[in-house]
Ligand binder design. Structure first.
Ligand code: FES
Length: 170
């Protein structure tokens, strides 16, 4: 897909940015994951319409790019909310109440657990909730991330406070 084709769906400024990022990485071996990180870090998500141009530039199939993009929960294919909340669902956190915390988070944000499984954004675009699988804070679980900031031993009450703080800072 050309830059023009991307522009039709993601807007001119994002299309130019994404094309520039692709150009910068396209000749680097093993560029797919670093490029996906580049795009998400810069644009905030990875538009599904970029898969074809990424595949073409890196000489991969669309299926390969799509497979990697959808395998890692870290990557978003749609614009996210103003605040991103990640709740650890891995084993250590599960043993310390992460399932209840996840249910609470979904309820608090009025999102279904099924939707949130791959990341979901509240209708007012204030929050994106997504699962993550180990944040390296296993000994102080359950752990979450709010806007890139780690929080350990998070109770449901703590979660509510962190959400309120993020909302009031917006
Ligand atoms: S399992 Fe949750 S931080 Fe490691």
């Amino acid at each position: 897909m050309t830059e023009r084709a991307i522009k039709d769906t993601v807007g001119a400024s994002h299309a130019e940015t994404i094309q520039r990022l692709i150009e910068a990485r396209k000749d680097t071996p093993g560029a797919l994951l670093p490029l996906l990180h580049d795009i998400q870090d810069t644009v905030g998500y990875i538009p599904a319409d970029c898969v074809a141009s990424i595949a073409q530039a890196l000489k991969l199939s669309r299926a390969e790019v799509h497979g990697v993009l959808t395998y890692y929960h870290h990557f978003q294919t749609e614009p996210g909310g103003r605040h991103v909340v990640q709740v650890c669902r891995a084993e250590a956190c599960q043993s310390m109440g992460a399932d209840a915390l996840w249910s609470h988070a979904c309820q608090r944000l009025s999102l279904t657990a099924d939707d949130a499984l791959h990341g979901a954004t509240t209708p007012d675009a204030a929050f994106t909730l997504k699962p993550v699988y180990c944040l390296g804070l296993c000994s102080t679980s359950p752990a979450i991330v709010v806007n890139d900031r780690l929080h350990a031993r998070v109770s449901c009450d703590d979660f509510d406070r962190l959400l309120d703080t993020a909302r009031s800072a917006a």
